[in-house]
Design a binder for this molecule. Structure first.
Ligand code: FPP
Length: 256
């Protein structure tokens, strides 16, 4: 499979995932919702392993949205606890596997202990070069864009020439600064929405929706999605003729 992904004319560097369906999975088993999230963490571990296997360089996971703060406090607390356990249990594996952690989202809303654990994990794994795991926590795409716009406005007030502001410059103010845009976005559980995830960054991503609930997602399902991606023709706003003549590297191409 590794070869298949690498052979793609637009190689899959960055996979983004909306991990949905934990609650429904738990309900189907007659278990509390948190059991679905626990099982969801196991899926995360499996998917990270598989991404390393196939040579994917960036994996972005929507772990907790800005809107998720509105869930019952017990569920919010349980999700934060799972996050802390995940960071502790995966620390050595991340170091051994050369996995780097990056966190995106509004950290100011996270508790001090969660913020500290995230900062430590990011610092510990900063040298990782095989796979960057981007955890979206307390994250909303509109919120990220707004925060970027405000920072940029401050720079303009301080003298930055507005005429120099283009896509590339704007992207430097996003939480994902330095991370290539996702090539493929997977959403599990049958919902067909972006739900405020990486709104700016998925402009040209291929979208893949599966009915499989996140706790049931596994390496086989991932390969199904990767195979589907391989069949897609990414045009980046160009014509078929242009695609034929411009070679394989279209990711830097014109964006329309
Ligand atoms: C959506 O399922 C999932 C979430 C809101 C949280 C995702 C979190 C995990 C997979 C576990 C934590 C991850 C890490 C990396 C520690 P849902 O609860 O909305 O499911 P439902 O739509 O079936 O109710």
């Amino acid at each position: 499979m590794s070869e298949q992904v690498k052979e793609n004319c637009a190689p899959l560097q960055h996979l983004a995932v909306i991990m949905d369906g934990n609650g429904r999975w738990a309900k189907k088993q007659g278990l509390p919702r948190i059991a679905g999230h626990q099982q969801g963490v196991q899926t995360v571990v499996k998917v990270v392993d598989e991404c390393l296997q196939v040579g994917i360089r960036y994996l972005s996971l929507f772990a907790f949205s800005s809107e998720n703060w509105g869930r019952p406090q017990q569920e919010v607390d349980a999700l934060m606890e799972l996050l802390l356990q995940f960071l502790a249990s995966q620390r050595q594996k991340m170091l051994d596997g050369s996995i780097r952690l990056r966190v995106i989202g509004d950290r100011s809303r996270l508790s001090a202990s969660v913020r500290r654990a995230l900062t430590e994990a990011e610092a510990d794994t900063a040298g990782g070069s095989a796979l960057t795991m981007v955890l979206a926590l307390s994250y909303g795409g509109r919120d990220e864009i707004l925060r970027a716009a405000k920072q940029l406005a401050e720079k303009v007030s301080a003298g930055l020439d507005l005429q120099t502001v283009d896509d590339d410059l704007f992207a430097q103010f996003l939480d994902t600064q330095g991370i290539p845009e996702p090539d493929l976005l997977i959403r599990t559980s049958g919902e067909k929405r972006i739900s405020n995830f990486l709104l700016w960054q998925v402009a040209y991503a291929e979208l893949y929706f599966t009915d499989v609930l996140w706790p049931d997602f596994d390496a086989q399902e991932l390969h199904r999605a990767l195979e589907d991606y391989r069949q897609r023709k990414r045009r980046f706003g160009l014509t078929d003729d242009q695609l034929m003549t411009s070679g394989s590297d279209l990711s830097e191409g014109e964006s329309h």
